[in-house]
Write a new protein. Structure first.
Length: 212
């Protein structure tokens, strides 16, 4: 994982990270994601690169949530908001091995990777796609396993958003088309959606729902 340093080191602090997430539209994105997931009793989420697990604030009580995050400060914050059925793990994706799941991972049927890919170089990004695929392979398909990825993306006609994205902590912004093309290398069904945000900070993003 390669990230810009300098002033971006402030984002290691959970309260600064949470403020930046708000400014870039994360709360609205979380509400929309939960609505679109149409969660049902028995659903269980595995969130890769979960940050401070702010998504927990929007999940219904009947959903079990597991977050995997390498930053110990974010893990501590996530555990402070976790409910009794939730688990937060400190772990990272290895550049060669992918994600080695900690012992004790509970069953899941939804895998999330939210705002993660732009922090990864091309090799690491493809390792993550394979990791997401392998995580779904582990799941009983009768339980409708699916993977949801969202991230910022570069798009024609949005110069201010492109400037913001190119100056983000994540050093690897990519165009919308890259996400669709790369996802289809690993998943049989891929649905991509483009979105934009004008306020408070211009942004353009992509959401991909993948099934085997």
């Amino acid at each position: 994982m390669s990230e810009r340093s300098g002033i971006f080191n402030l984002l290691q602090r959970p309260w600064v990270y949470a403020l930046w997430q708000w400014l870039t539209g994360a709360p609205a994105a979380h509400r929309r994601l939960v609505r679109e997931l149409d969660l049902q009793p028995g659903d269980s989420i595995l969130d890769i690169g979960s940050g401070d697990s702010a998504l927990l604030d929007y999940l219904p009580d009947f959903v079990c949530y597991q977050g995997i995050e390498p930053n110990p400060s974010y893990v501590e914050k996530a555990r402070s908001r976790a409910r009794k059925q939730d688990l937060i793990w400190q772990a990272k994706i290895d550049a060669e091995l992918g994600l080695v799941l900690p012992d004790g991972i509970a069953p899941y049927n939804i895998v999330l990777a939210l705002r993660l890919f732009h922090h990864l170089d091309d090799h690491e990004a493809m390792v993550l796609w394979k990791t997401l695929h392998d995580l779904l392979v582990r799941v009983d398909q009768a339980n409708y396993a699916r993977c949801v990825v969202n991230d910022n993306c570069l798009a024609d006609g949005y110069p201010l958003a492109a400037w913001v994205i190119r100056h983000d902590r994540g050093a690897h912004p990519r165009p919308y088309s890259w996400y669709e093309i790369s996802a289809k290398q690993y998943f049989g069904r891929v649905e991509c959606t483009f979105g934009s945000l004008k306020f408070p900070i211009p942004a353009t993003g992509v959401q991909i729902v993948c099934c085997l």
